[in-house]
Ligand binder design. Structure first.
Ligand code: 1CP
Length: 339
């Protein structure tokens, strides 16, 4: 069993730096596109055999040090009573987004076995086939709230912030419900076999530091306090939060995942714990000499302990597969050390 991810999460010495890639089981892999052919995203998510197979694809293609279960952050919103679809070429769409406090109060708080039974079945199926740790995951309360309120992807977070500023009591009730759902879901994923969990607060950086402190941090604190009881490493990922990483660190978790807008040395100073990241996924579209120079720069800032190599955000569908293989192998050889 290769447990380098777990050891790096805990800041222990490792023979080489572990690497995995956010969205590693996605559309950039021809084998993924073939498996998804003729099936909607929701159909794939509801089929644990297929989801397990997709989870394994990137590990059969690259020498990765972790698997992440093929799933998504949004299906728990369905369990809470919202209608969700994934529109090809557009992205996720919630057809009845939260626009009134009454809708917020009608949201259910289902246990994980009701909210997302398929992901638990996928974890149970995929686990015996793995020789690397399996990462379970969920969206953070703020990021989930933004999809639930906007109805999909957003640039300005206009409705999310309007609700937050206008109806702070309803915002409190919404985030409290999301904390309960996410905490239970991650606990159930660990029980089903996940060795590590990651919380995606992908859009937290839409907020300035004072709004983060007031409208998000209290809820994330409660969530991470509950996750601490799970006894597996917890990764807290966000983007655009480089100027207030200390606030994300205060929330808890064993590892802070960051994007490329902040140096890993600075992230580590702010976080005082292990760090994950943070190669710009777009560097994979450049020539090898440029890609290599960017990898070297990430490694130089990372230090030798408590680093999990990853991109700073998800890999893009058009990414050349050959560059991914070269990246993974190069990180391993460049960081090989005698411990
Ligand atoms: O048809 C398709 O292939 C749909 C594309 C797709 C895929 C492959 C979606 C729709 N979700 C996923 C899988 C997924 N989503 C994984 C799989 C495991 C892996 O990493 O291999 C993970 C971890 C996620 C997490 C996720 N979903 C996040 C957090 C990570 C991030 O990139 O910030 C977010 C924000 C989502 C929402 C979502 N689901 C799908 C899309 C295209 C999006 C993003 C929409 C947006 O940009 O707002």
């Amino acid at each position: 069993m290769n447990d380098l991810l777990i050891r790096a999460c805990r800041g222990e010495a490792v023979p080489y730096t572990p690497v995995w890639i956010m969205r590693q089981a996605g559309r950039y892999l021809p084998a993924y596109r073939a498996l998804r052919e003729g099936r909607t995203m929701l159909e794939a998510l509801r089929d644990p055999d297929l989801s397990a197979e997709i989870t394994l694809l990137p590990l059969q293609t690259f020498d990765l040090d972790a698997a992440i279960v093929f799933s998504d952050i949004l299906p728990p919103l369905m369990g809470m009573g919202m209608a969700l679809e994934f529109v090809p070429g557009v992205g996720p769409r919630l057809s009845a987004p939260l626009r009134t406090t009454k809708q917020i109060d009608r949201l259910r708080v289902p246990p994980a076995a009701e909210a997302m039974p398929e992901v638990l079945a996928t974890i149970a199926r995929v686990k015996p086939a793995l020789s690397v740790p399996l990462i379970g995951f969920a969206g953070a309360p703020f990021t989930l709230a933004s999809y639930a309120i906007e109805g999909g992807s957003t640039r300005h977070f206009r409705r999310t912030k309007a609700l937050m500023y206008t109806e702070p009591a309803a915002w409190d009730r919404l985030l409290t419900k999301l904390v309960a759902v996410v905490a239970d879901l991650l606990a159930a994923q660990v029980k089903a076999g996940a060795d590590c969990v990651q919380v995606f607060d992908s859009w937290a950086g839409a907020l300035g530091p004072d709004d983060y402190a007031r409208y998000v941090q209290p809820y994330s604190r409660v969530l991470f306090a509950r996750l601490a009881a799970l006894k597996v490493p917890v990764i807290h990922f966000s983007t655009g939060t480089g100027t207030y990483l200390h606030m994300l660190a205060e929330v808890g978790g064993d590892v802070l995942g960051v994007d490329w807008r902040v140096g890993l040395d600075q992230a580590r100073r702010a976080a005082q714990r292990s760090v994950m990241g943070n190669l710009d996924p777009l560097t994979l579209f450049g020539p090898w000499r440029e890609l290599k120079a960017h990898i070297d720069a990430v490694l130089a800032r990372a230090g030798t302990r408590g680093h999990i190599f990853n991109l700073g955000h998800g890999i893009l569908p058009e990414t050349p597969v050959g560059n991914v293989r070269r990246l993974v192998d190069y990180v391993h050889s460049a960081t090989a050390r005698s411990t």
